[in-house]
Design a protein around this ligand. Structure first.
Ligand code: FES
Ligand SMILES: [Fe+2]
Length: 419
């Protein structure tokens, strides 16, 4: 595999999938939660690192922990719910009980265990847990670089995402959109920073915008725009990607806001709130900072959302989308954020379901074994080095982020010790 093209086996071979779970997901930083999901002592959520089930929680001292959701006796999962608050986790099978720090505190009929040291039977903890701007990452392997080093150039965009609602922190909304598609997890990682597909995959969305506003609606509206060398896609290092739509596609992003029923006819109150007399602040506050950033291997920040990509099997993937609301922000703003988000990314939205259909079609096409390669070479001759070492910058429709993703992927998959 070079990075101009990838072999079909990386989307279809179960052995490649098993190797990915080991060499990527079990040996590098993986996104597990936003801190607002586990705000108070005892708050927990269950999720997965690759295919391994974990509990993310805050113990009684307020320490963030990530522990395997697996009883140390005979492997039953000890926590069954997606989220909640608990001071302990009791395995229902034979009653072993762990406190919120993962220590074994209850062992029924302990006389039979005189030969075992209870201190060694706590839940298995992730080797490293660190947060950046509220995003919690864990590594099952101890020998990884610091989280900041891992995030590299993505940090700048994470900062801008977290700061896009002036005067307010962000917190996840109560409920998530959960979607499953029959296809490989990397298809979604590629697509979140793919500026080439929108005009075509999302054709019906643009037709709808056109109908609603009476104005032409396209993601890329001219041949010149499509062929210019505007630096709007990038590889940010370590497989992380950027699709900056704030210039090229701002027209259609704004159109979307204007079609919402809840959008105020004039923005007086909101403008007062932001101290800006025009709709600019309202636009940013409701639709996000205008770029998509992808943090390899399983996180994307798109619009106002945090998106987790969870591999289930080589040809099955779960996508969990959590809109972010402003803590204490006016209801009008948070409501608009949700409406704007749902319109494209919701389960009944006009965008995300189209992407998932394309993933299914790629998976269907991969049945053709006589054509083995998928091409990611668009713009490879016009991309150029970015500001920092290891970065590459390309046109919005180029496959620069995807090539960066696979350069890093290849490094991890061929390395002995991971990152
Ligand atoms: S499997 Fe958990 S107590 Fe036996
Ligand atoms: Fe899309």
């Amino acid at each position: 595999m070079d990075t101009q093209r990838v072999h079909r086996d990386i989307y279809r071979d179960p052995e490649v999938f098993i190797a990915e779970m080991d060499r990527i997901f079990a040996r590098s930083w993986v996104y597990v939660a936003h801190e607002s999901e586990v705000r108070e002592a005892g708050d927990y959520k269950t999720t997965r690192i690759g295919t391994q089930p974990v509990i993310v929680n805050r113990d009684r001292q307020g320490v963030l922990r990530v522990m395997l959701n697996r009883c140390r006796h005979r492997a039953a999962s000890v926590c069954q719910l997606r989220s909640g608050n608990a001071t302990s986790f009791r395995c229902q099978y034979h009653g072993w009980t762990y406190d919120a720090s993962g220590d074994l505190v209850g062992l029924p009929f302990p006389e039979g265990y005189q030969h075992r040291d209870r201190d060694e039977l706590g839940l298995v903890q992730a080797a490293r847990v660190e947060s950046y701007r509220g995003l919690v990452f864990a590594s099952l392997a101890p020998d990884v670089p610091s989280l900041e080093d891992h995030l590299k150039g993505a940090r700048h965009y994470i900062d801008r995402f977290m700061d896009h609602l002036p005067g307010h922190q962000l917190e996840v909304a109560d409920q998530a959109h959960r979607m499953v598609f029959n296809g490989n997890w990397k298809l979604q990682m590629e697509n979140g920073v793919d500026g080439y597909h929108a005009n075509f995959t999302h054709q019906s969305f643009f037709a709808l915008m056109q109908q609603a506003t009476g104005q032409q609606s396209r993601y890329i509206s001219s041949k010149e725009e499509a062929e210019s060398d505007g630096p709007t896609s990038a590889h940010l290092g370590n497989g992380h990607g950027l699709l900056d739509q704030s210039q090229a596609a701002s027209g259609v992003l704004r159109q979307r806001l204007r079609t919402l029923q809840d959008a105020p006819p004039d923005n007086a109150d909101l403008a007062d709130f932001f101290g800006v007399p025009d709709g600019e602040a309202l636009y940013a506050a409701t639709s996000g900072p205008g770029f998509n950033v992808s943090v390899f291997p399983n996180l994307q920040l798109i619009g106002i959302q945090i998106r987790e990509i969870q591999p289930v099997a080589v040809d099955r993937t779960e996508v969990i989308i959590r809109p972010m609301l402003g803590t204490g922000a006016p209801t009008a703003i948070n409501r608009l954020r949700l409406r704007y988000h749902e319109m494209f990314y919701g389960i009944g939205g006009f965008g995300q379901p189209d992407d998932m259909e394309m993933f299914r079609r790629v998976d269907a096409g991969l049945d053709a074994t006589d054509d083995e390669w998928l091409w990611l070479d668009r713009g490879s001759r016009r991309e150029r080095p970015g500001a920092e070492e290891g970065q590459r910058v390309g046109h919005i429709t180029d496959e620069t982020p995807q090539r960066g993703q696979y350069a890093h992927y290849r490094k991890l998959m061929s390395a002995e010790g991971g990152e």
